[in-house]
Design a protein around this ligand. Structure first.
Ligand SMILES: O=C(O)C[C@@H](Cc1ccccc1)[C@H](O)SCc1ccccc1
Ligand code: NI
Length: 183
């Protein structure tokens, strides 16, 4: 069972390196890792389990956050219309994106960052990603709004990018050009 002690924190080298692509079909080890990452997210959103094991709630997790430099991510959340996203993905890649940007009104946090860092995180408003799912099926997703933000946060982790790298240093609350605010 993954708990907070398994999650590496700011300053750990795995968080700022580009992770390696994984072989497809996925090895049993990588399938198990994706399962374990997805279970962590489910546990972190279960009040009883989260309290018992002192888990911070998470909607996404990337293998580099476990010190494992592989392009593996897990996501578990619902969008504002109740559409569920619950999956483990290998080798996720943004293949196209909108010119328009988007940012969360409340900024972002990270399970690997034990401090509040304020500011808007400019991201693509709409993205198309490809990946391989836990059953070795190719996946192509077109995402916008909150789901697009979450997937970009996790894909960034596989490229060694932290959310605060994207915040405007001069003015963290500068409204990005050509952008929409997501509540
Ligand atoms: O550290 C991670 O990668 C997990 C982040 C993902 C994330 C943060 C901000 C915006 C989008 C995605 C955690 O989920 S941060 C905690 C959290 C929990 C519930 C809802 C939003 C953020
Ligand atoms: Ni994060």
């Amino acid at each position: 069972m993954i708990t907070m002690k398994d999650i590496v924190r700011e300053g750990h080298p795995s968080l700022t390196k580009k992770a390696a692509k994984v072989d497809v079909p996925l090895s049993a080890e990588n399938k198990q890792l994706l399962e374990d990452m997805l279970q962590f997210l489910k546990n972190s959103q279960d009040d009883e389990i989260a309290e018992k094991y002192n888990l911070r709630a998470g909607v996404g997790l990337a293998a580099p956050q476990l010190g494992i430099e592989k392009q593996l991510i897990a996501l578990h959340f619902e969008d504002s219309k109740g559409k569920k996203y619950s999956m483990g993905l290998a080798n996720p890649k943004i293949i196209s994106h909108s010119v328009e940007q988007a940012y969360l009104q409340n900024g972002e946090g990270c399970l690997s960052v034990d401090r509040v860092i304020e500011g808007y995180v400019p991201r693509h408003a709409r993205i198309t990603i490809t990946a391989t799912d836990i059953n070795d099926n190719p996946v192509k997703l077109r995402l916008k709004d909150y789901p697009a933000i979450v997937f970009q946060h996790e894909i960034d982790h596989t490229n060694g990018i932290m959310f605060f790298d994207r915040i405007n240093e001069e003015n963290p609350f500068a409204i990005p050009d050509n952008s929409i605010e997501i509540n």
